[in-house]
Every structure is written in C-alpha cells, then in structure tokens.
Design a protein around this ligand. Structure first.
Ligand code: NDP
Length: 446
C-alpha cells in the first residue's frame, strides 16, 4: 500500500517511464517504505523531494561501434544514468549483459542512491552499462569494445563528477581496458575516475572481495541480532561470479558451509561444501560453465534448468541477478527451514517473495544494505587514490567489516524508530532516503 501523497508520484513515474518495469518495481519498493516519513516530515512532500529523486539528474545514451576478430562490425548501445549527486559524485557500476536497457540501468541507479547514502560515505548514485554480451568473446574483442565504450563515456566522468566501477560482466579485466583508454584520451593519470582497478595501477586491496565479504558480514549481524551465527549452518548462494565467489569464501571463514551455487545454466550441489578455489579456477581463470565443477569434484552433482533454491539451507544468499528468487522459491526455502536471506545481488527477490519471507519471520537483508560493501570499498579506493596512499588488506577489511556493522545498525535502529522492528527493508529505505532528502533540502531547488 502506498501513502496517499505517494500514489500520484508513483503513477507519474510509471507514465513518464513507459515499459521500464524494473525501474517501476525499484521505485515502488522504496515508496512503500517511506509513507511514515512523509507523515513525520511533510516538508519532503511539499518540496517535491520524492519527485525530484525519481527523475535522474542526467541520462546519457550512446552508440558503441566495434569490430570483432573476423573484422565484422557490431553496434551496441551504451548508457550512463547520473541519478543523484546530493551527497557526492555519482557512483555506481557498469553492467555488460544482453538484457541491459534504460529500465535496468535506471532501476540500478535508483537503488544505488540509497545504498550509497546508507554507507555514510560521500558518494552520490549512478549506474551504466551496455547490451554488449561478453560471453564467448576473445580478450581482444573485449578490449576493443571497452575502448569504444570509453571513447564516448570519458566526456561525462571524472573523479569529482562520476566514478564508475564493475557489475555483471565488468570485472578487473574490463576496468583495466576502460582505464587505459580514459588515460590515453584525456592524457591524465586520474586514478580516482574508476574503481575496481588492479593493484598495479591504483586499485585497492579487498575491492574484489568486498561485495561478497560485506554481504557475509551483514548476514552475520542479522544472525547475531537473533542470537544465532553462521556456525554449523548450511548456506546456498546463487551465481558464481564476483559477488557469489567471495560470499562463499567469507561464509566458510565464518563457520558456515555453502552447499550449492549456480550460473545461468543450472546449479551444482556439493554436500561436502563448495570448493571455492575450484570455482575461482573455473570462473576467474578458465571462464567456463559451472557444470565443469561437478566433472572435477567427486560427490558433487550438476542440475540443469532448475532453481538452486530447492536445495535445503538455513541461509540463502541470492547473488546473481534481479528477480531470480520468486514466491515459489521463497515458499520452498521457508518449508526447508531457512531463517535468513541476504541479497548479494541487486533486487534478486521479487516483491511477493520478500513478503513471504517477512510474514514467515525470516530475517531479510535487502541488497541496498547487504551488498553495500562493494561500493563502500570503492569509496575507500577513491580515498586512497586522493591521498596517493595504499592500505593493507587487514586494515581495509577491518574498515569494511565496521562499515557493514554500521549499515546493519542504522537499518535496525531506523526500523525500530518507525515502529517496524526487524524490518530491514523499511530501515534501509528510510535511512537512505532521509540522508539524501535532508541534503537536497539544504542544497536549494536543484
Ligand atoms: P558477475 O558477472 O561476476 O556474475 C554474475 C553471476 O550471475 C554469474 O554467475 C551469472 O551466470 C549469473 N547471472 C547473470 N545474469 C543472469 C541471468 N539473467 N540469469 C541467471 N544467472 C545470471 O557479476 P557480479 O557478481 O559482479 O554481480 C552479481 C549481482 O551483484 C548483480 O545483481 C550486481 O548488480 C550485484 N552487485 C555487484 C557488485 C559488485 O561489486 N560486483 C556490487 C553490488 C551489487 P552466467 O555467467 O551464466 O551469466
């Protein structure tokens, strides 16, 4: 249910952004939480803060022409949505995946505003990407695509303007090619213009691990708030990309056992605990399918075209993509004794599934809070670049863990303050929103 003052706002968003269903879903999810805030602070509605937040400050769409190894020309579409810079330069990743279009980039950019605000660090919200499909492409093709993408994007970004990073399909290799081209075109060694860089040219320790580690830290806090821990728990993680791999690594360090992970072709079930080093070898080095895991690991089995959420577990950590965990999956997880869900991915759980979890009393940590460790560590990378410094792994990980504890505490306390104890969705949305709204009020009509 939406607050009466928010219904027309939502209707207007749907009308003005036709067909962008993921964006509508992300806006609705935030608006459903902030009704009580409008009652307490009518000035936000009077000053049309919500309408302003729902309209990106700037949206850029561009042509990305490139040539494959056989000399054939391809045309992709590039996007950058600079959503909100009330708290700092636009900050958010780039996604290369065939499903990318304006509605996906806007949903991700919108979520990013509140996530970044929740970290307590000085970063605004943005997101970008392309409908380019990196699967099966050679290194040289990836490089040529990244160079063409940056040839346009460089005009719009900068360490004080907009600082992209990785997301689905954009990891360390792509960030390297993008930074190389930025440096070449601008003739500036501007380390702070991109994050997720390799250590040899201004990258930060723990950035690769940050989103997954951070998500595990967040779930650890949710469990602790209920007098529980990862110790002895069976955990299922979806995906086998950057977020999934480092979620699994940290869960194991914290005493849990990850028994299944997946990719878009199916899942692997390994009752002895997923061998994370093998997944790294398959996904980071060989760039192959997760089915290969079962071929190399005795006792593990591969299941194609079924949902990984049918595997029994006490903790579920969806870490692949949006809307990958639906109402039926939630029902199955609850029936199997799941007590906590931490979203490593952005909006992986459908609204119906979120309701199912909440009604069943499952601790549910939304991506905005649970996966904020990635962008928080990106902000730490910007801090190191600005001071030309380089911190140790241990120090950076301690900072990350503290940030995640603080994010959890903010969500928890805000949910209590607004009479919804244990509701991390409300806590995250309200805390993120009020941080941005207060800054916008003070900045005048912008
Ligand atoms: P990667 O590209 O490294 O991995 C993505 C994983 O998800 C792969 O296993 C991929 O399988 C799977 N996947 C992607 N799309 C689909 C799909 N349509 N259906 C089924 N499986 C799919 O991406 P990341 O790990 O970086 O990102 C994962 C999620 O985490 C995304 O939602 C992203 O927005 C979010 N996130 C990432 C952050 C980061 O720091 N990287 C920060 C915060 C959030 P396959 O290879 O078969 O496609």
């Amino acid at each position: 249910m939406l607050h009466a003052r928010l219904e027309p706002v939502y209707d207007n968003v749907v009308q003005r952004n036709r067909g962008e269903t993921e964006f509508h879903q992300a806006v609705r999810e935030v608006l459903e939480s902030i009704g009580p805030v409008i009652d307490k602070h009518p000035e936000y509605a009077d000053q049309k803060i919500i309408e302003r937040i729902c309209e990106p400050e700037r949206q850029i769409t561009f042509r990305v022409p490139w040539e494959d190894d056989r000399g054939e020309v391809h045309i992709n579409r590039g996007f950058r949505v600079e959503f909100n810079s009330a708290l700092g330069p636009y900050k958010g990743g780039l996604r290369f995946h065939p499903s990318v279009y304006q509605g996906i980039v806007k949903f991700l950019g919108f979520e990013q505003i509140f996530k970044n605000a929740l970290t307590g660090l000085p970063i605004g919200g943005g997101k970008g990407g392309s409908d380019f499909d990196p699967k099966g492409r050679s290194d040289r093709e990836i490089m040529r695509f990244c160079q063409s993408f940056m040839t346009e994007l460089h005009r719009h970004i900068g360490e004080y303007i907009d600082v992209p990073a990785g997301d689905i399909g954009v990891g360390g290799r792509e960030i390297g090619y993008l930074f190389g081209q930025y440096k070449r075109i601008t003739n500036r060694y501007e380390s702070g213009v991109l994050t997720g860089k390799h250590l040899s040219f201004g990258g930060a320790r723990v950035r690769t691990e940050a989103t997954g580690y951070g998500c595990a830290f967040f779930v650890q806090e949710m469990l602790a708030a209920r007098g529980e821990s990862f110790e002895g728990k069976q955990v299922v993680v979806s995906g086998s990309g950057n977020v999934a791999i480092y979620t699994m690594e940290k869960v194991h360090q914290l005493g849990g056992t990850v028994v299944a992970c997946s990719d878009s072709s199916g899942y692997v079930h390994d009752e002895n605990g997923i061998d994370v080093e093998l997944v790294k070898q398959l996904k980071e080095v060989e760039r192959t399918r997760i089915a290969a895991y079962a071929e190399r690991r005795p006792g593990a089995k591969f299941v194609s075209d079924r949902s990984v959420w049918e595997v029994p577990c006490q903790v579920a950590m969806p870490s692949a993509t949006q809307n990958e965990l639906g109402a039926d999956d939630a029902t199955a997880l609850i029936a199997n004794g799941c007590i906590a869900v931490g979203e490593g991915a952005n909006m992986p759980t459908t609204p119906e599934a979120v309701r199912n979890f909440q009604e069943a009393g499952v601790a549910f940590g939304p991506g905005k809070a649970a996966n904020a460790g990635g962008v928080a560590t990106s902000a730490l990378e910007m801090q190191q670049n600005a001071s030309r410094d380089s911190w140790s792994f241990e120090f950076t990980e301690q900072r990350l863990e503290q940030i995640m504890k603080d994010v959890h505490a903010r969500c928890y306390a805000t949910a209590e303050e607004y009479g919804m104890p244990g509701n991390y969705v409300a806590g995250a949305n309200i805390n993120g929103f009020t941080n941005v709204a207060d800054a916008m009020l003070r900045l005048g009509l912008i």
